[in-house]
Design a protein around this ligand. Structure first.
Ligand code: ADP
Length: 258
């Protein structure tokens, strides 16, 4: 895979005590910088703005009001990008912030603009684009009813847009299981999936942590979009981002959707 999109979920970035997991961010910066220096094209899609914002503002519960969530996300996004910027600078890399909305699918002009920006950024030697949904403009990620544009699906849209060879989705779980392991302790890891059947959708439960957003349902929607475009996606645990090297060397890791 020469062009890789990596999505990292809130549950991997934020610890249960609301502190950001700096170790994971530093390791991720190391891995992605190494890949970029090896000549690969790398895009990072990062969640976590609300979780980080909650930490900055000293809030323990995710606010219910959407406008409040948007405000918290705006605070967290600035902090998160500062942390990424510092982490990537260690490896001589700059980061580019790309805040996008679903307009990029609905409006051809927006689509073209985003695509052109990606092409320029990917052609730069020492720059890693970091994408998030523009939370102050769109409510989809935050709104549990529509669940359209959360970063799981956004990462698949980005992978489609840049024609990535692989989408790597880093979560707090080793892959897709036959049932939600939090509820069914003897659930089994499914190592490869070719079609998103109704039985698979039925095996996806909700989210497991106080911060995570979509749970498995939105990850399966992302996988559907990836399979529709004949692309590949690996879902695995992001606690050690070095796993990305294993995936790229072809080791069986997590769940492969292909
Ligand atoms: P992220 O923040 O990485 O997007 P989420 O918390 O939204 O992660 O989703 C991951 C969670 O989905 C897991 O921790 C698990 O509790 C839950 N889950 C529900 N059904 C399944 C399943 N069939 N296989 C694996 N995980 C599942």
């Amino acid at each position: 895979a020469d062009r890789i999109v990596v999505k990292i979920g809130t549950s991997t970035l934020i610890r249960q005590n609301s502190k950001i997991n700096l170790k994971v961010i530093k390791e991720l910066a190391h891995v992605l910088s190494t890949l970029k220096k090896d000549g690969k094209d790398v895009v990072l899609v990062s969640s976590g703005a609300i979780g980080v914002g909650m930490g900055v503002l000293g809030i323990d519960k995710r606010p219910i009001k959407i406008s409040k969530q948007q405000a918290v996300a705006a605070v967290g996004q600035a902090e998160l990008m500062q942390i990424y910027n510092e982490a990537f600078h260690e490896y001589g890399m700059s980061v580019a912030q790309m805040l996008i909305t679903r307009d990029i699918i609905d409006y051809p002009e927006s689509h073209t603009n985003v695509m052109n920006s990606f092409q320029e950024l990917l052609s730069m030697e020492n720059t890693i684009p970091i994408v998030n949904e523009n939370d102050t403009v769109t409510v989809s990620e935050l709104d549990h009813h529509t669940k359209f544009g959360d970063n799981d699906q956004l990462s698949a849209i980005v992978a489609n847009l840049v024609d990535a060879d692989l989408l790597i989705m880093l979560s707090d779980i080793d892959g897709f299981y036959s049932a939600n392991p939090l509820k069914v302790p003897d659930a089994k890891l499914v190592s490869s999936i070719q079609t998103i059947s109704p039985a698979i959708i039925a095996a996806a439960g909700g989210h497991g942590t106080k911060f995570g957003t979509g749970g498995m349902t939105t990850k399966l929607k992302a996988a559907e979009l990836i399979l529709k475009h004949n692309q590949e996606m690996v879902l695995t645990n992001g606690k050690d981002p070095n796993v990305i090297f294993n995936i790229l060397s072809g080791d069986p890791v997590g769940t492969l959707f292909s």
